[in-house]
Design a protein around this ligand. Structure first.
Ligand code: MGD
Ligand code: MGD
Ligand code: MO
Length: 861
């Protein structure tokens, strides 16, 4: 966090100055470790075992917050008797189909009730919920399923979530943690004690994580383990608690809220799938929840459609629901590369992205781009993704030749954030407005300018074609969604820059009288409201840009509600109903945050309640109530279909309702806990340039004996487009390097400041050697394991250059998010520079042969 989120880290330091204890769990010793009270080096790729060990400790030592657990979590819920755990099936859950490498998630549900996920894969139960497909086949119109799961308040029922959790983690003992993670038991127990002591009524602990946890074939499950812990300890919805996803690029949070993701519409509304037929009502039935705020999904969707298609969206045409694009599967970035290689994806926009360096298996990225008809790159500098066709690594090896590449590459200069108005949404869901400081130079334009004017020109062309009578009827119909879009933003200045505030106003939304809305509670499903992103509704309340507020902290209360604007409704802590006990009283004076004021008959406190303000703690919904009205006065987790925090996930995940330790795609060790070595439903791309290495127990694994992980440095940014062209930053970190322990250096004859070559089944790269005890070797399963650390910022262009770490990584992905596993792989390392030209490929081929690698290696379920 000190390296990559130094501005946020100042608050950690303030907390430390007031007595907070800081624990840093990271294979490497970094600038964060230097300031931490405890640094826990562990083997990369083993955090589920580590966190699972803490879950085990908390359950066994009864350190959990019982009152919180009973009131606000699904611990008492009873799970279907069809469910079988990894303890029963030696590492897999019930429902696994090895053929399709996927789970049928049916058996993971509660007994007697079916709940819908608040996020993630919400389409999982589509068929049953819409009474299509399977349900119909039984002639019943779908199974009769209620919405009230059975509970056991004593937590004794063998199939209640609490007991399942206990059994699931029973073998995650301190000994197992030591054997799997390489963390000595005393150190592990120290972490368990610190965390337990600092949780409960009087105290709360917070977790912060970023991509050290996400970039794994079990990335989502890492975070789920943290969620289980924080839920058990009562650390969610309370001040000083929570799990903070430290976000990446300045507005990565914003670009998931108003998504650049292929599978979401704004505000986490799922993108529709290409079901053979589906109208708006079926979509809502299939994807919305019965209970909680997702129960109002129809009003969010209709308001979105009204924002996009304005007067064209009418009740008669289902508000243009049919204009929405449809999913036929995963269309994430790596699938897109595979489609480029196949030739089905013919054009590509790279607006602020450098996959030729930044994405896993960078060669696959370049080969994909070499198979396009056209490529548009908008950036500040001539990054590698714009120049691979003339000077990329494949030109040197002879795998590509400039003359043969048919891709037409357009490079357009981009304006920087200082040259445009706009908002950043940060880790805490805080929208902060930035104002333009200077005009962009030369031909540089903002992305808003580019998208707006591109859309405007396309629309003009289509409108002219539709009017001149030459177009076929079918084509005219096909173009309708584009022609009828609301696309009329006011522009200003010489460059005709669209007004960013006008976009914000549309995102906020308005009513039928064009008055700005102030809350998503006002959204309607009848077409009388428009709103571009329901969770952002209120950011332009009263026609004022609330995100631009900058009242100093000293002039307001400690929650600082008048600094910028947080979604939803300017709440600073989500689910803060849980900061009070079931009766509505703060759990303790020290941790008071919001509470029920019996005299005024409403919730009040330091923050805006994340609860219906007038719903009393003892509220019981009426029979048959739906949506938010179905929430009890104690259902603090208002987005959840049962109002509870989920220890066990009955719906929404593809790879299991509980986190389970699996070894990474490539590992020098067997899975100590189960016969199942890896996540059985991890995603793998099979391709001759994406070969996998054998893992422990398989012949040839000794050829790649070391664990390798990748990471960032404070002085550089991501794939380097923003830092490798800066002279000062380049001077501070001038060259690609690798971090190795003194033991590994001795074992392999590596010398400090000299060169090393790092090899995987994909390719070989070179790096300067940094011999350092910052990268400790660990004792795992009775032997020493060495780890190699690689920053991933470099590429051949710019002022500071070097090989890209991503040449080494394979395309093996988390099945929920399709994120690459670049935080734990295996490699070999040897002294000296890598071979040049075709000899580089020869070296890799020799390694592949020695390890006996075939197209099947590592692809077992
Ligand atoms: N200066 C600077 N700041 C940045 C960025 C940058 O490039 N430079 N990038 C921004 C972006 S896009 C993002 S996403 C964030 C990322 O922020 P971080 O996630 O903090 O970035 P990383 O350095 O990639 O990874 C964090 C740590 O994870 C450790 N790690 C590796 N494998 C494992 C593992 O298996 N378990 C555990 N527990 N730790 C592991 C690494 O050693 C590393 O220290 O930073 C943002 N901020
Ligand atoms: N091995 C390994 N690989 C990783 C990671 C890792 O930890 N290890 N981390 C992953 C993560 S978390 C991330 S986020 C990716 C990052 O990977 P990329 O997104 O591919 O890399 P960046 O260098 O951040 O690319 C952003 C580009 O946008 C340009 N830019 C900046 N502002 C603007 C703008 O306003 N408009 C336009 N058009 N361009 C702009 C910058 O100059 C830069 O070239 O890398 C991923 N890959
Ligand atoms: Mo990121």
């Amino acid at each position: 966090m000190a390296e990559c989120h130094p501005v946020g880290f100042q608050w950690v330091m303030e907390a430390k100055a007031r007595g907070a204890k800081l624990i840093h769990v990271d294979p490497r010793f970094t600038r964060t470790s230097a300031l931490a009270d405890v640094h826990v080096p562990l083997r990369a790729g083993t955090d589920i075992a580590f966190l699972g060990g803490i879950v085990h400790y908390v359950l066994q030592q009864e350190q959990f917050f019982r009152d919180y657990l009973l009131a606000y979590t699904n611990a008492p819920m009873i799970v279907s008797e069809k469910f079988a755990d990894t303890e029963d099936l030696d590492g897999v859950f019930s429902g696994l189909d090895p053929e399709s490498r996927s789970y049928d998630v049916e058996t993971w549900q509660y007994e007697g009730a079916e709940v819908q996920a608040a996020s993630g894969k919400r389409d999982q139960h589509w068929q049953r919920r819409t009474h299509a497909g399977r349900g119909e086949a039984h002639g019943s119109g779908g199974a009769e399923i209620g919405t009230e799961p059975k509970r056991d308040e004593t937590l004794q029922h063998p199939r209640c979530v609490f007991q399942i959790l206990k059994r699931h983690y029973a073998r995650y003992t301190p000994e197992a943690v030591e054997q799997i993670c390489g963390v000595p038991q005393e150190k592990f127990l120290q972490v368990c004690e610190l965390l337990s002591e600092n949780s409960g009524r009087e105290r709360t602990s917070a977790f912060a994580y970023a991509v050290g946890w996400t970039q794994h074939t079990v990335g989502v499950q890492y975070i789920r383990t943290a969620a289980i812990l924080q839920t058990l300890l009562g650390n969610i919805g309370r001040p000083g608690g929570g799990i903070l996803a430290l976000r990446g690029h300045a507005s990565i949070q914003g670009s998931t809220d108003i998504p650049t993701l292929y599978n979401l519409l704004p505000g986490y509304i799922p993108m529709r799938h290409a079901h053979s037929w589906e109208d708006l009502a079926t979509f809502v039935q299939g994807e919305a929840a019965e209970k909680g705020y997702w129960g109002n999904m129809e009003s969010y969707v209709v308001s979105l459609l009204k924002a996009w298609w304005g007067p064209h969206a009418t009740p008669e045409n289902e508000f243009c629901f049919d204009y929405l694009p449809r999913l036929t599967g995963s269309h994430s970035t790596y699938e897109t590369v595979m489609e480029q290689l196949k030739g089905t994806c013919e054009g590509y926009f790279l607006l602020g992205e450098n996959p030729a360096v930044g994405s896993a298996n960078a060669k696959m990225q370049r080969l994909g781009m070499a198979n396009l008809d056209w490529l548009v790159v908008r950036d500040f500098s001539l990054i590698e993704s714009a120049t691979w066709w003339k000077d990329g690594p494949e030109i040197e090896t002879g795998e590509l030749s400039t003359d043969d590449i048919k891709t037409e590459v357009f490079f357009l200069p981009a304006a920087a954030h200082t040259e445009k108005d706009g908002s950043f949404t940060n880790t805490q869901r805080l929208l902060q407005w930035h104002h333009q400081a200077v005009e962009p130079e030369g031909d540089a334009r903002s992305d808003l300018w580019f998208i707006y004017h591109l859309g405007r020109r396309i629309r003009e062309k289509l409108t002219a074609a539709a009017a001149d009578g030459t177009q076929k009827d079918a084509d005219r119909e096909r173009d309708r969604p584009v022609r009828e879009l609301t696309w009329d933003y006011p522009v200003k200045g010489e460059l005709a820059e669209p007004d960013a505030e006008a976009v914000l106003a549309e995102i906020n939304g308005w009513n039928a009288d064009a008055e700005p809305l102030s809350s998503y509670e006002q959204l309607k499903a009848d077409g009388s409201t428009a709103c571009g992103c329901w969770i952002y509704c209120g950011v332009y309340a009263d026609g004022i840009n609330q995100a631009a507020r900058r009242k100093p902290g000293t002039e307001q209360n400690w929650v600082a509600p008048e600094w910028a604007w947080a979604w939803p409704l300017n709440r600073r802590i989500l689910y803060n109903r849980a900061s009070a006990d079931p009766d509505g009283k703060p759990w303790s004076e020290r941790k008071a945050y919001i509470w029920w004021d019996a005299e005024q008959e409403k919730w009040t406190g330091h923050d805006i309640p994340d609860f219906k303000a007038t719903k009393p703690p003892d509220f019981q919904p009426e029979e048959g109530a739906k949506g938010p009205d179905a929430l009890r006065g104690t259902d603090a987790f208002v987005m959840q279909a049962d109002g509870k925090a989920w220890l066990y996930v009955p719906a929404g995940l593809t790879d299991g309702p509980l986190p389970t330790h699996y070894e990474p795609q490539e590992s020098p060790f067997p899975n100590l806990l189960y016969r199942q070595q890896r996540n059985p439903v991890r995603q793998m791309m099979k391709h001759e340039n994406n070969r996998f290495q054998p893992s422990d127990g398989q012949t040839g694994s000794e050829v790649f004996p070391f664990v390798v992980t990748t990471y960032r440095l404070t002085e550089h940014h991501t794939a380097g487009g923003m830092s490798r062209w800066q002279p000062y930053l380049s001077e501070l970190q001038p060259e690609m390097f690798c971090e190795v322990s003194p033991e590994l250096a001795t074992e392999r004859g590596l010398e400090h400041l000299e060169w090393a070559t790092i090899v995987t089944a994909r390719t070989a790269i070179e790096a300067r050697v940094l011999v350092t005890d910052r990268m400790p070797s660990l004792r795992v399963q009775g032997r020493t394991v060495h780890q190699v650390g690689l920053p991933y910022h470099w590429g051949p262009n710019g002022l500071s250059t070097g090989d890209a770490a991503n040449e080494l990584a394979s395309l093996s992905l988390d099945p929920n998010t399709h994120i690459q596993e670049v935080k734990a792989l295996t490699c070999d390392i040897r002294p000296g520079r890598r071979p040049r030209g075709p000899q580089r490929i020869e070296l890799v081929r020799e390694y592949q042969q020695r390890a006996g690698i075939t197209d099947e290696t590592g692809t077992e379920v």
